[in-house]
Design a protein around this ligand. Structure first.
Ligand code: CTP
Ligand code: MG
Length: 221
């Protein structure tokens, strides 16, 4: 059924550096935020998009998201990612919600389809990818190996029945979580997994912009 895309764009992008937050910087021809907004808006099941951004950026984000085929509202986000998601969720209206990081411009229609299909059988669904590298933890004694068994990398969009996620946020209180799957776990809401996509990685470090640009706009051979 129909969904609200809640895109969180209220972070400061400190690890990425640069003169403004990463989600507003140009990437392969448009502001990073605009890539995922366009992908969601073109999906047949997208009822509306809600974007949470820093309070002083609301007018700018409204300008940046003109001319789309589905309605967009922009709300002030919070000082944690969880608070920004909560602010967007408060105005979301459709039966399903897809919570997404503005820092992941590479989200695809196929991934959105997999998440919506998984919601037929579970109240929540999130994209995951396997871990390829060996893992370790360093302490006073040296390097302590960490098993990869059962470990996965989490992405967004994270998809939920809206009423169930809203209820989970109420139960969670004012605590912050790394993502909605963690908040769901803490409040007893079951979450299924679907395969994520490498091109949907989170732009985090300065060198990530070039790699993402090449995935968004491949050079003709
Ligand atoms: N985010 C948000 N509100 C916050 C913090 C983060 O909406 N208070 C959003 C970011 O804008 C981003 C997503 O959450 O789209 C994932 O966060 P992250 O990659 O950590 O982005 P930043 O917090 O902006 O970057 P950094 O941690 O490097 O400062
Ligand atoms: Mg952050």
């Amino acid at each position: 059924s129909r969904f609200t895309a809640c895109i969180v764009a209220a972070g400061r992008g400190e690890r990425a550096g640069g003169s403004e937050p990463k989600q507003f910087r140009p990437l392969a021809g448009k502001p990073m935020l605009r890539w995922s907004v366009e992908t969601f808006s073109q999906h047949r099941d997208c009822a509306e998009i809600v974007i949470a951004c820093a309070p002083d950026q609301v007018a700018r984000v409204e300008d940046m998201t003109q001319g789309l085929v589905c309605p967009v509202s922009v709300v002030p986000g919070g000082t944690s990612r969880t608070a920004s998601v909560r602010a967007a969720l408060e105005v979301a209206d459709a039966p399903h919600v897809l919570i997404h990081d503005a820092a992941r411009p590479g989200v695809t229609p196929a991934l959105i389809d997999r998440l919506l299909a998984a919601l037929d059988d579970a109240p929540g669904a999130v994209p995951v990818l396997p871990v390829a590298d060996a893992l370790t933890r360093e302490d006073e004694s040296g390097l302590v190996p960490v098993s990869r068994d059962g470990l996965m990398r989490l992405q967004t969009p994270q998809a939920f029945e809206r009423a169930r996620l809203t209820e989970a946020f109420t139960r969670a209180g004012e605590v912050s979580y790394p993502d909605e799957s963690a908040l769901a776990r803490a409040t007893g809401l079951p979450v299924a997994t679907v395969p994520g996509e490498e091109r949907n990685f989170k732009v985090t470090w300065p060198e990530d912009f070039e790699r993402m640009a090449s995935l968004l706009q491949p050079n003709p051979a």
